[in-house]
Design a binder for this molecule. Structure first.
Ligand code: PA5
Length: 464
């Protein structure tokens, strides 16, 4: 199996100039801290960072594969009800490893997949009115088992199922992924006897895609989940070395850290040159933003750190954002994702040979044009002094995706050490959740509601 590669040539000062690029000396200064960071992260492996061991949970993989086999051919639709880390990985795996037209023309016996990661009534309401309960399986995913968005969706669709297929039969249409013990969702699973999978301890939402959180829906739509795990395990092996420039996760983390902390690049653009990898950039945006975007440092001081992740897709965004990237402020660095071998070869026919404006295309193929545009953008960015790296996949398959996910997760965990913050909490997200509970009148949140109402009473809104 081919290893994915992290090519950081174009972030170096020798290539993009000393003002925007990093030097070998700057990288060398991070040798010791990177090795220490790796030991600190891997040292928590069997403790609170259990996501590091997800690739080796073979009994869980077997259980998921068996469950998917047991319902094969039974449902036409699988619907994920989840949000944030309980949804983004599902979408990313689905769009990377299934046809872009899967939901229009699903392969025989394989269901369509919908990930309803919003409670906008126009999204959920449209689905409620359009879905066929008899043909649909809901995978409800919540680690905490209490997230208002997911729980409200669960209540809506459970009610629909009971009304349409009946009290007893509705159970067959639900599979729940949640904590083994904690949370109201687990209590409901126990009371109702729903089929369930476990989000293990030490696996936070944004690090959970290789757990049942991401694997159940993937197996249901025919993704090779054992291939994903094997790819992640292969990357784990590669990333055990403490030698900075032999370890792609350590190198990626060092480059990100230097880009922001030494070169002032506050914006990290992930730029897949692959339609199928476009949602990996969304998944990574959450991983980076929620893990590194923090107010408090480890010593308790206010630090207000974190790169701002931005997603672009090649070639589409060449015609939308690249103007800004090449000529706008020097506040960004770029990580392209590139794929050497697309699955399809689409020849461009010869036509209009007397017209130089199109004749050069005839006889070439779309892959050649796609790669030329990717390389053209990379050259334009580099010549304009915009640091850019490339993560290269030979092809898109489960093994390569497993490697990519594991490399980025480990890189972000290591960044947490470089930035000296807790990469595994999300107090800013909790604050919004608590305010929403208070506004919804949840018991126990009365004091917070009173505070919010007092603040609102003092505010004088200005609206034009
Ligand atoms: O990464 C995270 O921790 C969050 O994005 C959570 O995944 C998100 O808030 C959903 O939480 P839960 O899975 O508990 O419903």
């Amino acid at each position: 199996m081919d290893r994915i590669r992290f090519d950081y040539t174009n972030v170096l000062a020798d290539v993009v100039g000393p003002e925007h690029g990093i030097t070998d000396a700057e990288l060398a200064a991070l040798e010791g801290p990177s090795s220490d960071a790796l030991s600190a992260v891997l040292g928590r492996r069997g403790e609170d960072l259990r996501w590091l061991d997800l690739p080796y949970q073979t009994a869980v993989h077997d259980e998921i594969v068996d469950y998917a086999a047991s319902v094969k051919g039974r449902f036409k639709n699988v619907v994920v009800l989840g949000i944030g880390g309980s949804a983004l990985g599902n979408t990313a795996l689905f769009s990377a490893l299934n046809s872009p037209y899967h939901n229009v023309r699903p392969p025989a016996g394989i269901p369509r997949l919908f990930v309803l990661d919003n409670i906008d009534p126009d999204l959920v309401g449209e689905f409620v009115h359009g879905f066929d309960p008899e043909e649909t399986l809901f995978n409800v995913i919540s680690k905490s088992g209490g997230t208002a968005e997911t729980m409200s969706q669960f209540l809506v669709f459970r009610d629909e199922l009971i009304r349409e297929v009946g009290e007893e039969a509705h159970r067959e249409h639900l599979v729940i992924t949640t904590d083994a013990e904690k949370g109201v969702l687990r209590e409901i699973v126990e009371r109702e006897g729903y089929r369930s999978f476990v989000v293990p301890d030490g696996v936070g939402g944004r690090f959970s895609v290789l757990s049942p959180v991401g694997l159940v829906s993937s197996a249901l739509v025919g993704i090779d989940i054992k291939g994903l795990a094997a790819g992640a395990a292969a990357m784990d092996e590669v990333c055990r070395t403490p030698v900075l420039l032999e370890n792609p996760a350590l190198t990626h983390a060092a480059v990100q850290t230097l880009m922001q902390q030494s070169k002032g690049k506050n914006v990290a653009v992930m730029f897949p040159y692959s339609h199928r990898l476009r949602d990996m950039a969304d998944w990574y945006a959450q991983l980076l933003a929620e893990s590194i975007g923090k107010r408090k440092g480890r010593d308790g001081s206010d630090v207000y750190v974190g790169p701002t992740p931005v997603r672009a897709v090649g070639v589409t965004d060449q015609h939308s954002q690249v103007q800004l990237y090449v000529e706008g402020p020097y506040d960004k660095w770029f990580t392209l994702l590139s794929v050497d071998q697309p699955d399809h070869k689409v020849e461009i026919p010869h036509a209009f040979e007397d017209r130089e404006g199109v004749s050069y295309l005839g006889g070439r193929n779309l892959g050649e044009l796609f790669h030329a545009e990717r390389d053209g953008t990379r050259i334009a960015l580099t010549e304009a002094g915009r640091p850019n790296a490339t993560i290269r996949l030979e092809k898109i398959d489960a093994h390569a995706l497993g490697q990519l996910i594991y490399m980025l997760e480990l890189s972000v965990a290591v960044m947490g050490e470089h930035y000296q913050i807790d990469a595994f909490d999300q107090p800013g997200v909790e604050a919004g959740k608590i305010a929403a509970y208070a506004l919804m009148g949840r018991a126990g949140f009365e004091a917070r509601r009173a505070e919010i109402e007092a603040a609102q009473a003092k505010a004088s809104p200005r609206v034009v």
